[in-house]
Design a protein around this ligand. Structure first.
Ligand code: HDE
Length: 750
């Protein structure tokens, strides 16, 4: 029969692929030529079997040899087997006493298959459960050599990395575009041991001491009775906590700003948050903060877009990351450091460097680039890599050390502890994605899921039975040396230093550094979130906090909530704004951006071919939108008026003015505009209206100009018309460099 033939074909193809599988040709893998930029969503036939499904190679997903001989692997060969290797001839029928009889208990294959399935799920991360990861490389430019002996930061060194981005509050299946902090965790597989830089997309944290972490997370997670809301901070317990623990106000304003709803993982900054101690060859130290700077600039969604995407494409950020990598638009970040003298006070310009609720403005201590991260390969298997990757703040190579930041100190305990439950025991560093690329000889033994078959009889030191192995390393053998920092002689106390008491000056600094449109967004975010709270006292308490930040901010939010404006209880700090904190006002490359092109049969299709080529040439991805699927003049239609929505596109081009299709909703006469009655499909009008409202660039030529007329947006800022597609695209591209047409957003504050 036909299905049987297809299965046979697939098996044959798989058998053929077995030979290739040991040297998979991964597009974009380091060393291989970048694949041509191509539309990632072009419809294609059934996927061929994955080569590695036939015979996994013996390397870790990041390319290091595991040393495990192929013969010891659990899965290889082209034939379906039981877990212990017996070939099977049927996996679709349980063993029964006759075709209509009861299933027999002796059916080992049935029991094994179902038992394994029953245990497929592992506990999700208690925070940062929702995430997406990618492989890449980090190349150092050598600038850090002056301050650290870390080998991977020496000039020209290339280190494989795995990065996992995440939201904090939501469950594994929650939407990507919720308002939240984003995790930005990087594993550098250095040859001096793995370095995990477990950061966020915001430079400060809610709390100053790790002991409050369970409290802030309990407050942010869904309410314990109804378990709602999912992945949101817009609820009573969150605002109860942050208004009572005012140290949280700085992180909270970052969350309420556009930083809480990134456009893409590719347009996020990253921060190590804590201050680290860097140590050079001679043992001299400096204090430092790590920063990731995206090549594409820092850019966010609008709140309405974020909400719409949560419904339309909850996997938006994950898809965006994978599409960009697979299209060859490899995301890049510069790693930078701010460097401070390591003085006994551990302060810089009066700012306590151990307080994780404080930044050091870049204008006071510039971020110096020390290398470039490029993500160029998507995971082969989500569970094996993204889900099982385990980061740890204490995974440090020689040359990078911790400080006494009480938040960092608590994290040093937490990250092993959590893996014991999540990954089921102490041997999680043996999982392929977590395996160091440096040699490991750790004398740790046994435990659940022990994969190593250790040789020798003396896992202790010193010994005389295993020839003295393993040997301690000295400085010259790249040993990690704990920095001999002097510990103050002081009484044991549960207390914080007095400098930790300033909870408002940097919140004001952040507010004052925003452009008017960013301020407007912050006001709306507070008003929305507090508007979702039920308890009046909580709203009033948070308004009191805002009064201590800025009278305009407080007054605007209070007006939105219909509540009185409180007076400040602390003097308003004199602050110097930090322009580096604003996302507005600079220009950036548009690599990997999505450009929607509306076409119909009447459009000038020659121009559409040209424009599509030009969009590709600019490193962006054109997506053709038409009434129905199929092709237009030989070009694939990737979105229809039913499947496409404005939020997916960074700019919209109109090459035609499609008439209402039979499956369109009734036209809305109110929107007929200057043309009298609407002759354009209302879904196209909606697309244009939304793109306009979200301050995106819109371009039209030929018949497309009529859509602008009927949407009522002709001649407004960022709406481009011209005689040809090429002319319009050139101007659209120029405007896209600013990310959005900022002047289209209303701003009620200066
Ligand atoms: Fe985490 N955090 N955290 N965190 N964190 C976890 O570890 C914790 C903090 C961050 O993609 C957990 O493996 C404590 C700051 C990221 O796998 C857990 C404290 C920053 C990720 C944990 C903090 C982070 C985590 C949950 C307060 C930014 C995701 C699963 C002292 C600098 C990593 C896991 C990934 C994950 C504990 C505070 C970032 C429970 C106790 C500050 C990006 O161990």
């Amino acid at each position: 029969s036909k299905p049987a033939q297809i299965v046979k074909g697939v098996v044959e193809a798989a058998v053929e692929k077995v030979g290739d599988a040991l040297t998979p040709d991964v597009p974009g893998a380091p060393g291989s030529a970048p694949p041509p930029l191509e539309e990632p969503t072009t419809p294609h036939g059934p996927l061929p079997p994955k080569a590695e499904q036939g015979a996994p190679d013996t390397r870790t997903p990041t390319g290091a040899e595991t040393g495990v001989p192929k013969i010891a692997k659990g899965q290889q060969g082209a034939y379906l087997t039981t877990a212990n290797g017996a070939r099977l001839r049927d996996t679709d029928h349980s063993l029964k006493a006759g075709p209509r009889g009861p299933v027999l208990l002796q059916d080992h294959h049935l029991r094994e298959k179902i038992t394994h399935f029953d245990h497929e799920r592992i506990p999700e991360r208690v925070v940062h459960a929702r995430g997406a990861g990618a492989h890449g490389t980090f190349v150092a430019n050598g600038a850090a050599e002056k301050v650290t002996r870390a080998g991977f930061l020496k000039q020209g060194r290339e280190t494989p990395v795995f990065v996992r981005f995440s939201t904090v509050l939501g469950s594994r299946g929650s939407a990507d575009t919720v308002r939240d902090t984003r995790g930005f965790a990087t594993k550098f597989y250095t040859d001096e041991g793995t370095f995990d830089l477990v950061g966020n997309n915001m430079p400060v944290f809610f709390i100053q001491d790790a002991i409050k972490f369970p409290d802030v997370i309990h407050a942010g997670k869904p309410h314990p009775d109804r378990e709602i809301p999912q992945a949101q901070s817009a609820h009573d317990t969150f605002w109860d906590f942050v208004s009572l623990h005012t140290e949280a106000q700085h992180h909270t304003i970052w969350n309420m700003s556009d930083r809480g709803i990134p456009r893409s993982y590719r347009t996020m900054e990253g921060f190590g948050v804590h201050t680290f101690r860097l140590v050079d060859e001679a043992g001299a130290t400096v204090l430092a903060k790590f920063h990731w700077k995206p090549k594409l600039g820092v850019h966010s969604l609008t709140w309405e877009e974020a909400q719409m995407i949560s419904g339309m494409d909850p996997d938006f950020h994950r898809r965006d990351l994978y599409d960009a990598i697979e299209a060859g638009a490899f995301p890049e970040w510069e790693l930078g450091i701010q460097v401070f003298p390591d003085t006994p006070e551990e302060t810089f310009a009066g700012i306590d460097l151990l307080d994780p609720t404080k930044i050091v403005p870049e204008e006071l201590a510039p971020v110096q680039a020390i290398g470039t991260l490029t993500l160029n390969k998507t995971p082969r298997n989500f569970f094996a890599e993204t889900e099982q990757v385990a980061f740890h703040v204490g995974h440090l190579p020689p040359g990078i050390d911790v400080t006494n930041d009480p938040l960092m100190q608590g994290r040093l305990f937490s990250y092993v502890d959590t893996q014991l439950t999540r990954l089921g025991g102490p041997n999680f560093t043996q999982i392929p994605i977590n395996r160091p690329h440096a040699d490991v000889n750790d004398m740790l033994r046994d435990g659940f899921h022990q994969h190593a078959v250790h040789a020798g009889v003396a896992p202790y030191r010193p010994n005389s039975l295993d020839g003295g192995n393993p040997f301690p390393a000295g400085d010259r053998e790249h040993a990690f040396v704990d920095t001999p920092v002097t510990v103050a002689e002081a009484p044991k106390v549960r207390a914080a230093p007095a400098s930790f008491d300033d909870h408002y000056s940097q919140v004001r600094l952040f507010w004052q550094s925003m452009s008017p449109v960013e301020k407007e967004h912050i006001i709306r975010a507070y008003t929305f979130e507090l508007g979702k709270c039920y308890h009046q006292a909580i709203k009033e308490r948070q308004l009191q906090c805002l009064a201590n930040v800025d009278p305009v901010l407080c007054e605007q939010v209070a007006t939105g909530l219909g509540l009185p404006v409180p007076q400040p209880t602390v003097p308003l700090a004199e602050v110097q704004p930090s322009p580096a904190l604003s996302q507005v006002g600079r220009e950036w490359p548009a690599d990997g951006r999505m450009v929607g092109i509306v076409v119909d049969a009447q459009a000038d299709l020659g121009d559409v071919h040209d424009v599509r080529r030009e969009v590709f040439a600019a490193g962006m991805v054109p997506l053709l939108i038409a009434a129905h699927g199929g092709t237009v003049d030989g070009l694939p239609v990737q979105r229809t008026f039913a499947t496409g929505r404005s939020v997916e596109f960074d700019a919209v081009l109109l090459a035609g003015a499609p008439a209402p299709a039979p499956d369109a909703l009734p036209a809305r006469d109110a929107k007929a505009g200057a043309a009298g009655s609407a002759t354009v499909d209302p879904r196209v009008l909606l697309l244009v209206e939304e793109a306009w409202r979200h301050a995106k660039v819109i371009g039209a030529w030929g018949a497309g100009a009529e859509v602008l007329n009927q949407a009522g947006v002709t001649g407004t800022p960022g709406v481009v018309t011209g005689g040809s597609g090429a002319e319009v695209l050139a101007e659209v591209q120029r405007l896209m460099a600013a990310h959005r047409v900022w002047e289209r957003f209303p701003a009620s504050v200066a």
